[in-house]
Design a binder for this molecule. Structure first.
Ligand SMILES: [Zn+2]
Ligand SMILES: [Zn+2]
Ligand SMILES: [Zn+2]
Length: 92
């Protein structure tokens, strides 16, 4: 048995809050590399290859543990707490 994420009960059927891009970068006019979707609240943030890393900052400020890729055609998630790759991305 591999490691398992114990936070899947916090995964919700979320609607992306800002489907057009990273919520914070849109406000400040910054750019991003890839997008991540918080599966607890629908926050869209940029990835760790982006200079602002708003996806990780969202986890640090809210504690929402699980995100998924918001890139077209990508179906994987990541648990920040367990540091666990989840494929396919978890669904509620
Ligand atoms: Zn987890
Ligand atoms: Zn951002
Ligand atoms: Zn969230």
């Amino acid at each position: 048995m591999g490691a398992q994420c114990s936070h899947l009960d916090q995964v919700r059927d979320v609607e992306p809050r800002t489907p057009q891009g990273c919520e914070e970068c849109l406000e400040t006019g910054d750019s991003w590399v890839h997008l991540r979707l918080c599966l607890s609240c629908g926050h869209v943030g940029c990835c760790d290859n982006s200079k602002n890393k708003h996806g990780t900052k969202h986890f640090r400020s809210t504690g929402h543990p699980v995100m998924r890729s918001f890139e077209p055609g990508e179906d994987w998630g990541w648990c920040f707490v367990d540091e666990l790759f989840l494929e396919p991305a978890p669904r509620p």
